[in-house]
Design a protein around this ligand. Structure first.
Ligand SMILES: [Zn+2]
Ligand SMILES: [Zn+2]
Length: 263
């Protein structure tokens, strides 16, 4: 049952990578990565007599035991540089990976690809079992995930019955993959509220995806409009619309949090 979360994303990535527009190679890799992450997640869930403690140091052996499969997937299907890195980590002492996991745990960064890929399913499992992560010193505040303190990966608009508005805006956490409600016209990075400072860009090719940029802090993220396309899966459609990131970069904006394919 709980695997539905991963299956939905895998199916969407498989579907979109066969489409003409968007970034086929990135999606093909992401589809494989999602499968590896699902396996990591399943390995935690299916473990007999074990529940996560929320303390990575205590759970480290279990988390480490799930890493070889993901490293192998990346070395087989990843872009050249990541594949080489996966092979190097596999050949190195286990401490290399353990250190990377603990570093990401304490201060997450979107450039720590392997730690982020492996800890996403772990944090997801913590969120589902309502086990708060401990021993982390993260910023907090309404612009970070209320569960784990992670940065926003993307935003999405979704219809909620309770609201008379055309859609509510939620932010999705880059670390534990849960989402939280956020105000609609506010920069998710610096909190800027003046409409004149907030810009939107979209191209007809990706009708349900837009760049949400802020001219005060020069950061952006992508917004996925599920009221326009209910079939979309935000984390996957965000990668599908990779050409929009190029536009944002060319216009001098920095992404709040890079996604797992590095855009
Ligand atoms: Zn989170
Ligand atoms: Zn801003």
């Amino acid at each position: 049952m709980m695997s539905a979360f991963w299956d939905k994303q895998i199916e969407r990535a498989d579907y979109l990578r066969a489409q003409s527009s968007g970034s086929k190679e990135l999606l093909a890799f992401y589809a494989q990565l999602l499968r590896a992450q699902k396996n990591v997640y399943e390995s935690f869930r299916s473990r007999k007599n074990w529940l996560p403690s929320g303390d990575l140091e205590r759970d480290l052996d279990v988390v480490m035991s799930s890493t070889p499969g993901l490293l192998q997937t990346v070395s087989l299907h990843g872009p050249e540089s990541l594949a080489a890195e996966a092979q190097a980590i596999s050949a190195a002492e286990p401490e290399t990976m353990a250190d990377a996991l603990q570093e990401y745990w304490r201060s997450p960064s979107d450039t720590q690809f392997f730690a982020k890929s492996i800890l996403q399913p772990y944090l997801r499992w913590l969120a589902e079992t309502r086990t708060p992560p401990i021993d982390r010193e993260l910023a907090g505040g309404e612009r970070t995930c209320p569960f784990c303190g992670g940065a926003p990966q993307l935003s999405f608009l979704v219809s909620k019955e309770s609201s008379a508005e055309s859609g509510n805006r939620d932010l999705s956490c880059a670390a534990c993959l849960s989402s939280w409600e956020f105000r609609r016209v506010v920069c998710a990075n610096c909190g800027e509220e003046r409409p004149a400072k907030l810009g939107y860009f979209h191209s007809p090719e990706f009708d349900h995806v837009r760049i949400e940029a802020c001219d005060s802090c020069r950061h952006y993220l992508k917004g996925i409009d599920l009221t326009r396309l209910g079939l979309a899966v935000p984390s996957v459609d965000e990668i599908y619309a990779a050409p929009l990131d190029l536009w944002a970069r060319e216009h001098g904006y920095t992404k709040i949090e890079l996604n797992l394919v590095g855009l």
